[in-house]
Ligand binder design. Structure first.
Ligand SMILES: NC(=O)C1=CN([C@@H]2O[C@H](COP(=O)(O)OP(=O)(O)OC[C@H]3O[C@@H](n4cnc5c(N)ncnc54)[C@H](O)[C@@H]3O)[C@@H](O)[C@H]2O)[C@@H](O)CC1
Ligand SMILES: Nc1ncnc2c1ncn2[C@@H]1O[C@H](COP(=O)(O)OP(=O)(O)O)[C@@H](O)[C@H]1O
Ligand SMILES: [K+]
Length: 473
């Protein structure tokens, strides 16, 4: 599991460690890791041209000490000082002693640089970049840029970007991942992300986590020798309408590949579902008369069907609500349920649920997903380029590390709803079902996109079994 910690927690861990170490030891550890990453990017250090963008805090200090290390290995290093009188004095002295210099002509030096090191601002940043810092960030656009701790201008805690930020090819972060490095829009600015261990002792509870292969493999249900289809879990899918029959087929295609032993489809699309997936049990409805299930999925292509929503929400099993189903949500009704509810909105649906604009959700995704989970008393999976999952108890938010822009294709969300609902029916907790589902879905899309693009939602569903198998290996 990849863990990310808020600035407050990183600062606290740094304070504890600094109290036990000689002055400047942590910065030396950071600078050493940074210099190695610079050398990796440069390929050949000797004779290379490196420009350091140096702000007035310790982030600039890291850049200066790393620059000194590179200068000692024969790089031509120039420092651009944003506020010369406040630049890190020890770092500047080290750079000078190693043969580096302060730039007399920043624009020309940046224009010639093989590598620009962004030490403008780190976790001490407040608000959008100041104009002179923003100008440097723009000037560095065309060069190879390595960001120190985080790309200057992105919010370390939230992933929000206020105005101009440095666009890095790579980022070296110290001690712990920061949430913003993993969440869009900031994630777009990070490039290849590397963590340098500086020995911080971090608390058990992270603010944001990202499941990795092994975590997901451990969650996926595997049938036991004595399993039968009912014990593996039955998932019910209430989806599709005369207008959107395809949504029913797609949601069922995901549900069939989510580990449940059987899929019940309830709605008017039974013929289309059976034609595509003859293994499905179909029923015209209402859902409460269709037979026992261990979890419901409701909403994809459902159209106006408030009665089906009320029927499903009255059940005592976990319910995943997607798409059209999200139009009928009442927080008090969800809180009164005896079993958990999982909501899977995209940014537009999330905006409607919050009474906000879509842009507000997209620019502050972490805030939006936490707010939805707490307001609706449900687990919420916010879809998009960095899918986030929050639970109503305020546990660490999960960010999904898989996926590809090719997933932005009609119907791929319907596949995800069936898949995550099927995992719910196998007995996974909503947070795990949602994050394992998003992980499998994103990985299946990536694997399919390696073979052929453009992807269709059917391609994603078809790639799920191979993906599942690759994880279980
Ligand atoms: N505290 C520690 O133990 C360690 C800190 N390290 C480095 O220190 C950094 C934090 O250092 P600081 O606390 O000095 O803070 P920073 O260097 O991140 O930023 C503070 C400085 O940036 C300026 N600034 C703030 N917002 C700005 C904006 N929007 N536009 C332009 N300038 C802005 C402030 O005036 C201040 O001088 C970390 O990100 C990391 O790079 C590392 O050396 C590892 C050890
Ligand atoms: N730019 C993107 N990068 C990665 N994944 C994306 C991107 N845009 C959308 N997705 C994913 O594609 C799926 C689309 O779902 P959704 O918006 O519900 O579409 P639909 O309703 O057509 O099925 C979600 O899993 C979402 O996370
Ligand atoms: K930086």
């Amino acid at each position: 599991m990849r863990t990310a910690y808020s600035v407050e927690k990183v600062r606290a861990a740094e304070r504890d460690l600094m109290a036990r170490l000689p002055d400047g030891a942590l910065m030396q550890r950071a600078a050493a890791g940074l210099a190695v990453a610079c050398a990796d990017l440069l390929g050949r250090v000797y004779g290379s041209r490196v420009v350091l963008l140096v702000g007035s805090g310790d982030n600039g200090g890291d850049a200066l000490y790393a620059g000194a290390r590179l200068a000692r290995r024969g790089a031509g290093v120039r420092a651009v000082l944003l506020t010369p009188e406040r630049a890190h004095q020890g770092g500047l002295a080290a750079l000078r002693a190693a043969g580096g210099r302060v730039s007399a002509d920043p624009r020309a030096d940046i224009g010639r640089a093989d590598l620009v090191v962004d030490g403008i601002v780190g976790i001490g940043g407040k608000g959008g970049l100041r104009p002179e810092a923003a100008e440097l960030a723009e000037a560095a656009r065309a060069r190879t840029v390595l960001a120190v701790d985080l790309p200057s201008g992105v919010n370390a805690d939230t992933g929000e970007v206020d105005g101009t930020a440095v666009r890095a090819d790579a980022t070296v972060t110290f001690g712990a991942y920061k949430p913003g490095l993993l969440i869009d829009p900031a994630r777009e600015y990070v490039g290849a992300l590397r963590l340098v261990d500086i020995g911080l002792d971090l608390p058990d509870e992270a603010d944001v986590t990202a499941l990795q292969h092994a975590d997901v493999a451990a969650l996926l249900p595997v049938p036991a020798a004595d399993s039968d289809k009912y014990r593996r879990g039955v998932v019910g899918v209430v989806a599709g309408s005369a207008r959107y029959p395809g949504a029913a087929v797609l949601s069922v295609s995901g549900a069939l590949r989510g580990g449940a032993g059987a899929v019940r489809y309830v709605g008017p699309g039974g013929d289309a579902v059976i034609a595509a997936h003859p293994e499905t049990l179909v029923h015209a409805g209402p859902p409460s008369k269709a037979g026992r299930v261990q979890a419901w999925v409701i909403g994809p292509g459902l159209g106006d069907n408030e009665a089906a929503m009320a029927d499903v929400l009255a059940s005592d099993v976990p319910v995943l609500v997607d798409a059209d189903g999200l139009r009928y949500l009442d927080p008090a009704r969800l809180r009164a349920r005896t079993a958990p509810t999982l909501l899977t909105p995209h940014a537009g649906e999330a905006a409607a649920l919050l009474g906000a604009a879509r842009e507000e959700v997209e620019s502050a995704r972490l805030h939006a997903v936490r707010e939805l989970a707490s307001r609706y008393g449900a687990t919420v999976l916010l879809k998009g380029s960095s899918t986030l999952i929050a639970d109503p108890e305020g546990a660490a938010v999960r960010v999904n590390p898989t996926g590809t822009g090719w997933l932005a294709t009609a119907g791929s969300g319907d596949v995800l709803s069936g898949l995550a609902g099927s995992l719910l029916a196998t007995g996974l907790a909503p947070l795990d079902a949602a994050s394992a589902g998003a992980y499998l879905h994103g990985l299946a899309a990536r694997r399919a996109a390696e073979k052929a693009v453009p992807l269709t939602a059917c391609d994603v569903a078809a790639a799920l079994p191979g993906t599942w198998h690759s994880l279980a290996d």
